[in-house]
Design a protein. Structure first.
Length: 788
């Protein structure tokens, strides 16, 4: 150890004990600030050690010595070995003298002595040179600075020393921590901080050095990228990780990695959570992030629409494809025979070929596709009697019939006269006037330039109807003021239907009237029987006179009955079929003694009513007709029925052709259901949710009349007219609208006319659809096939 004193001043005998405690390296260091006077001294060295390991130093100046110059004094002991003064160790006195052996006696000294002035050795002193060994500081190196990282959490320090036999001691500062080996050259540490190595030589000299251990455990940043979606179009996707750290390795894990598991971008093909772990190649630190891959493989909705048919009239169709997928893209293809005129990339293209059409719907978001098909057949040919209205309905005053006539009429093109009665460049029409305006309108249109109504026909009980011949070219004039302000609507004079036919009758025999006539001796004498039909003698060649001469009719020249037929009015507008004369022949067969009369009844409905009255006024006891006007009301009495009621109340027997079409009709209470084909309103349910009434149509010309139970404006019943607006269309088996000739009925009369022609020789299947475009009043509906 080291001992420090201010001064040592002994008198008499004294003793120093140096106990080395069996230490191989320990030394004694004695430092004295002042003078040392040991007088007689003894030294004991115990438990190892020797003088070379004892060092004493005084900085005294000798001021306390008798001579004033001695800093360290040792006196001789008494004579004899046991009483000698002894000292072991090196003495250093840099500022004054060393005096050994003063006085008589003897001394034994082992060590070395050095003075800055002088060393005095007196007699009786025995010296043994054993100087204090001053060691050189050993070299000490703590090694290079070290770095702890996420990968290197423990590190051995690289301490070193060139001194053999040295000992080592490490000290941790500033947060450092020594895990093991603190007394070795290479301790293991696990914390950042400063580490000091102390190397101690065998002589006790030591040296120190410091090494710094730093820590780099900053994790890298990483972003696994956006979530991705697998679709029908993209069956694999690339997931992209990114980082601002340039020195990284990547590792992806997840359910479906195809490639790139150890790169920043991986290709995957399965949904799930994908984790990327990045490692900083400099410090081994890691970071992770996740991205999710989902699937969107929902198949889009597709519907190619209902099947349909093209025919001789309907040469182009709009396919009704659809999809409930908001992002749908459409593409149509077709089998042999198909033709897409336009819109092949829309839901509703127009086509004109008989084929199977395929609709592919692609979801533009996920690329998934779905396919549906629709068959387009060759449908039966049904021809409209005249050019149909756009969409099967018009709102004009002159209606579909007269509008089509104006737009399409070619003189001489209609020789059938099922719908129109022509007179040169004119057509017979009925103008239904607004109440109170009949005379004003007549004054305007009769023989007036720009209008030109002529050949008017009395309407008797129909005060709101003006009937006459009207130039086709002037029909639009009725739709603009001032005429339009006085008109409810305009219709053609629909030709009457007659049903007698020109045939040789066996009626007299069939009904056994010949037995009654002969048995009761009656022949009709005293009875006047009159007939209403189309004409009496309008066939070329005066056939009536031939019938009289042959005895088929009475009259001048007849072999038996000479009273001529009372022809009150024959058909005034040219040739006709003389069905009235045929009826009179039957009457003459049955009651040859009866007087006969005839009046045409096919000019107009109002004129027929007038003719009934005229026949009664002419003394007819029995009146028969074979006439049907399609506009006669089905559900209430019209002008004809009222005229019949009038004459029967006077005792006249009246036989009418009503009921001839009972087997060719349909009647029911209107039952609404959803309207087809995008038509406005509702459709009639013919049963079991079916809006189609199927019919089989033989080749021929057809006239279908639809009526419903409602107010009839033209009869003067009400100022408001019909409440419901019904329409009728002819369709194919798929419900595709062929055509219609409808008009807006509201405020007018409750009827619609549907004329058409079935060409060829083969019956066809078709359907009727009845639609209520407006109104909600309950109503019976009925349609009758008058021709066909």
């Amino acid at each position: 150890g080291t001992y420090i004193f201010n001064s040592i001043q002994y008198s008499g005998s004294n003793r120093f004990r140096f106990d080395f405690q069996n230490s191989a390296t320990g030394v004694f260091l004695i430092y004295v600030h002042g003078d040392v006077d040991l007088n007689k001294s003894k030294v004991l060295i115990l438990n190892g050690g020797d003088a070379s390991r004892i060092y004493a130093e005084t900085h005294g100046t000798g001021a306390s010595s008798p001579s004033g110059t001695v800093a360290w004094n040792i006196a001789n002991g008494s004579s004899g070995n046991q009483n000698r003064s002894k000292w072991s160790g090196t003495i250093y006195a840099p500022y004054a003298a060393i005096k050994i052996g003063s006085g008589s006696g003897s001394s034994n000294l082992t060590g070395a002595f050095w003075s800055g002035t002088q060393v005095t050795i007196n007699s009786g002193v025995s010296l043994f040179y054993d100087p204090f060994i001053f060691c050189s500081p050993p070299t000490a190196s703590a090694g290079t600075d070290k770095l702890l990282t996420c990968a290197v959490t423990n590190i051995a320090l690289d301490g070193s020393a060139s001194t053999a036999g040295a000992t080592y001691s490490w000290q941790a500062l500033n947060g450092g921590n020594i895990v093991s080996g603190s007394n070795t050259i290479n301790p293991v540490v696990n914390a950042a901080g400063s580490y000091i190595i102390t190397v101690t030589a065998s002589g006790g000299c030591s040296s120190s050095d410091t090494v710094n251990v730093s820590l780099n455990n900053t994790p890298p940043d990483v972003n696994a990228g956006s979530d991705m979606v697998l679709t029908c179009q993209n069956t694999s996707v690339t997931i992209d990780a990114s980082s601002t750290n340039p020195s990284l390795t990547y590792s992806w894990t997840g359910p479906g990695i195809l490639s790139g598991a150890n790169s920043s971008s991986a290709t995957v093909n399965l949904p799930g959570v994908y984790t990327v772990v990045v490692t900083d190649t400099h410090n081994g630190c890691t970071a992770s992030d996740q991205t999710t891959v989902t699937t969107n493989t929902s198949i889009p909705d597709v519907d190619a629409g209902p099947p349909n048919a093209l025919n001789c009239i309907l040469t182009q169709l709009e396919l009704l494809g659809s999809s409930n997928t908001a992002s749908a893209l459409f593409s149509w293809t077709f089998s042999a025979g198909g033709v897409i005129d336009s819109g092949e990339t829309t839901a509703t293209p127009y086509i004109s070929g008989i084929a199977t059409y395929y609709l592919t719907v692609t979801d533009s978001i996920n690329g998934c596709t779905a396919l549906d098909s629709v068959e387009i057949f060759e449908g039966p040919c049904i021809l409209p009697y005249y050019a149909p209205c756009p969409d099967g309905k018009v709102q004009t005053l002159i209606g579909c019939e007269l509008s089509s006539l104006y737009n399409n009429y070619i003189p001489g093109s209609d020789t059938v006269n099922d719908i129109y009665i022509f007179g040169g460049d004119s057509v017979w029409i009925e103008i239904i006037t607004i109440q109170g305006q009949t005379q004003n309108l007549f004054n305007l249109v009769y023989q007036t330039t720009g209008y030109g109504l002529t050949d008017t026909i009395p309407n008797g009980l129909n005060p709101l109807i003006i009937t006459g011949k009207y130039p086709i070219a002037n029909l639009p004039s009725l739709e603009v003021p001032p005429a339009s302000n006085m008109i409810n609507y305009v219709r053609p004079v629909y030709p009457a239907l007659t049903s007698a036919g020109v045939t040789t009758t066996q009626g007299d025999v069939a009904q056994k009237s010949d037995f009654a006539r002969n048995g009761f001796n009656v022949d009709g004498t005293g009875v006047k029987v009159c007939v209403l039909s189309d004409s009496y003698n309008k066939v070329l060649g005066n056939p009536a006179q031939a019938d009289i001469l042959n005895g088929d009719l009475p009259g001048v020249g007849s072999p038996n009955y000479t009273t001529p037929v009372d022809v009150i009015q024959d058909y005034p507008y040219g040739a006709a079929s003389d069905e009235g004369r045929a009826m009179l022949q039957i009457v003459h067969d049955i009651a040859p003694g009866a007087e006969l009369g005839f009046r045409t009844g096919t000019i107009s409905e109002g004129d027929l009513a007038l003719g009934i009255i005229e026949l009664a006024q002419a003394g007819c006891n029995v009146i028969a007709d074979d006439i049907t006007f399609i506009t006669s009301p089905f559900f209430q009495d019209g002008v004809i029925a009222k005229a019949v009621d009038s004459v029967t109340s006077m005792g006249v027997k009246y036989f009418v052709a009503a009921g001839n079409f009972d087997s060719k009709s349909y009647q029911n209470q209107y039952s609404p259901m959803a309207a087809p084909l995008g038509l406005v309103g509702t459709a009639h349910d013919f049963g079991s949710g079916d809006n189609l009434q199927s019919v089989t149509l033989e080749p021929g010309a057809y006239t279908v009349m639809l009526q419903w139970e409602d107010s009839i404006y033209s009869l003067g019943q009400t100022n408001t007219g019909t409440v419901n607006d019904f329409d009728i269309y002819i369709t194919n088996e798929f419900g595709t609208q062929y055509f219609g000739f409808n008009h807006v009925n509201t405020g007018g009369d409750p009827y619609e006319v549907l004329p058409f022609i079935v060409p060829g020789v083969v019956p066809i299947d078709a359907n009727f659809t009845i639609v209520r475009a407006s109104g909600n009043q309950a109503a019976n509906i009925k349609f009758v096939i008058f021709r066909g």
